[in-house]
Every structure is written in structure tokens, then in C-alpha cells.
Design a protein around this ligand. Structure first.
Ligand code: GTQ
Length: 349
């Protein structure tokens, strides 16, 4: 037995009148809780590997469209909640919030801005758009749209079928920090200019006379056609490359697209199995195309298109493409930018 395994004194070992006096003065003895907050070697994780089937949740989401008008919801969302944290906490992991949002033809989710950062991954339906700080971003399947901290955003829908997208926010962390709030605003006026066009070609960036744009968020929409083409080119160009993966970045600086959560797209070659090493951040996997089995920490999930699952940090994850003749494409969100900034990022292999 090493020192760190020594059992420490318990609360019950202390006389009741002493404990009462501590409580009266808002004091707590550390030692009965020390191992709880600083467990040996591996952190305690509330985040349980959890799977959400799109086919199963979609009828409930459409039902929400009948039960609750958009005016009564503002954002008509079913939250993908991790039972390990308690469903009422509405979190997928310590820092990640996931929601499936429904917008029906003609509906409008009014303009607001808030401190948490968000992205939307479009799941199905055509004709919707999100306007972010005046830039109107069309929403097509697989597109990633950023609504970073403090930027005005509203959603509208000119198509004729329901549109569904996956919201990924760092809400649990920002709420925990007591820094989460929103402000409602007026309908935005569209401004000219589209980041997804200006930055459509990698390696070259717009350079107005006085230098680079200097915008923290120069690109707000990452079209799936471009991300997918980048993955296919990578795979073709490097036949031996295992992790055919791209990161969604700020095209001006190469930094992560947002400050707290990281966003990636991964292509699995036909029949490929890929082991992701055990790293400290929790992760979310959402299948854009194909069929994938995800194994993590004794759980195994079979993801069909539009299905989502999450994995706690400090666990290796194995991804297998179940299709022998076609690639599969996964959207991944994780807590890496946060862990790196805090200095707690680990890769344990
Ligand atoms: O679309 O602005 O899932 O503000 C949660 C909070 C979506 C949104 C969510 C939000 C939004």
C-alpha cells in the first residue's frame, strides 16, 4: 500500500458537537472528502458512454413541433442528456451540451446572443438558414455553422420540409462558471459578404488594403461539400494515413474555430478500424454518412446516419466502419481546446 492509498479519517470519526460547530461557521474538514475530489490516478467521470438514436428521437422531435409552437419555445430543442450527470443537468459531458433542434417551414427562431459558444451540424432538410452577425448562412446537410460567444444569431426556414440540426454548446461549462446569460435582439439586417466564399480555398486568405481581416471569427459556415472533399483528397493522397481527419479552424490563424470546444470531421476508409488514444477530453461522435461501430469503456454503439454518442475522457475509443465498400464520415466534438488552455490536456496513448 502506497501513501496515497492510506484510508483517511471519516466525517463520522469526528464528534458531533465539533461537526456542528464547523457547520455553523461554514467550515468543512478536507480529509473526509480529499480522495473524492482528488482520486488516485484517474479522475472520477460522471460522463457515461451514451447513445442517442436519431430514428427513435425524430418522432418525438416532430411531435414537439405539434405540441409547442415556436413562439412558446424560442428554440425547439430536445436535449441529448447524459444520465451519468442526471438528465436535468442537460449535459452530454462536463463541458458539452447537445440538442436536436427542429424548425418547421416558415418558422423563425428570433435573434439573440449569449455567452456560451455554439455550433450547428445540419442533420436533415433544406431551406433553413442561420444569420450570424448579419451574415446569412444557408444550412445544408453536414454543414457546420458557428455561432460563437456574443454573436447575434437567428434561424429561419424558407423550405417546405422540417429542418433538424444538432446544436453543440459549451453551455455546461459556462453555466458552471456563473457566466451564462442571453440578450434578445431585433431581427438582423443582412450584411454583404460570406466567409465561406471568402475563405473557400485553403492556403489563401482575403487581404484588404490595410492587412488581414483581424476578425476572431472570419468564417462562420463550413460547407460539408468542402470538408468532405478535403477528407477524400487526404485519403487518396495518403493511402497509408490512418487518421483521415480535419479540424475546423479559423482560416486566418489556424486556431480552433471556437475557444472551448474543438470540432473535427473524420473519414473511415471502407472496413477500417481506428483506435483513438485515451486523451483527457470527453468526445462526441455524430455520424454524417455511412455506418460505424463505436466501442468505448465496455460499451458498443452502432451508429446509423444522424445517430450520436458520447465518450468520457481518459478512455480509448475504437471506431469501425461497418461498410466494406464505402467510407463513413463522422463529425466529432471534444473538449481539447479547453483542456489545452487549462494545461490539463493529456494523451495517455
Ligand atoms: O439555437 O440559439 O440548443 O440558444 C440551446 C440554446 C440552441 C440556439 C440550443 C440556444 C440555441
Amino acid at each position: 500500500m502506497t501513501d496515497s492509498d492510506q484510508p483517511l479519517g471519516r466525517l463520522e470519526d469526528l464528534p458531533q458537537d465539533y461537526r456542528d460547530e464547523l457547520t455553523k461557521q461554514n467550515l468543512v474538514p478536507l480529509w473526509p472528502s480529499l480522495r473524492g475530489v482528488l482520486p488516485p490516478k484517474v479522475p472520477t467521470r460522471q460522463t457515461k458512454p451514451t447513445f442517442w438514436s436519431y430514428q427513435s428521437l425524430k418522432p418525438l422531435l416532430l411531435q414537439a413541433g405539434e405540441l409547442t409552437p415556436i413562439e412558446k419555445a424560442e428554440r425547439r430543442v430536445l436535449v441529448l442528456a447524459n444520465p451519468g450527470h442526471g438528465l436535468e443537468k442537460m449535459q452530454a459531458s462536463a463541458a458539452i451540451y447537445l440538442g436536436m433542434q427542429l424548425l418547421l417551414p416558415g418558422e423563425w427562431a428570433p435573434s439573440h446572443r449569449h455567452t456560451p459558444n455554439a455550433v450547428r451540424m445540419v442533420v436533415e432538410g433544406e431551406g433553413a438558414w442561420t444569420t450570424v452577425d448579419g451574415e446569412k448562412c444557408p444550412m445544408s446537410r453536414g454543414d457546420l455553422i458557428l455561432t460563437p460567444t456574443g454573436l447575434w444569431h437567428e434561424h429561419g426556414h424558407d423550405g417546405d420540409q422540417p429542418v433538424v440540426w444538432l446544436d453543440v454548446l459549451d453551455l455546461p461549462l459556462v453555466y458552471y462558471m456563473e457566466a451564462s446569460y442571453h440578450i434578445n435582439g431585433e431581427r438582423q439586417t443582412q450584411v454583404p459578404g460570406r466567409g465561406d466564399r471568402a475563405y473557400a480555398r485553403g492556403g489563401v486568405v482575403p487581404t484588404p488594403v490595410f492587412g488581414r481581416s483581424g476578425k476572431r471569427y472570419p468564417m462562420l459556415r463550413y460547407p460539408w461539400v468542402d470538408a468532405r472533399a478535403a477528407l477524400e483528397a487526404l485519403a487518396e493522397d495518403q493511402p497509408d494515413l490512418d487518421a483521415v481527419q480535419i479540424t475546423y479552424v479559423n482560416p486566418e490563424t489556424g486556431d480552433d474555430a471556437e475557444n472551448i470546444l474543438g470540432f473535427y470531421a473524420l473519414m473511415l476508409r471502407p472496413g477500417q478500424t481506428l483506435r483513438l488514444p485515451a486523451r483527457s477530453p470527453a468526445q462526441v461522435f455524430h455520424l454524417i454518412e455511412g455506418g460505424v461501430e463505436v466501442q468505448v469503456f465496455g460499451s458498443s454503439f452502432t451508429l446509423a446516419e444522424a445517430d450520436t454518442c458520447c465518450a468520457p475522457g481518459y478512455e480509448a475509443v475504437t471506431l469501425s466502419n461497418r461498410l466494406p465498400d464505402r467510407p463513413s464520415f463522422i463529425f466529432i466534438a471534444d473538449e481539447s481546446p479547453l483542456h489545452r488552455k487549462l494545461g490539463v490536456y493529456e494523451n495517455r496513448g
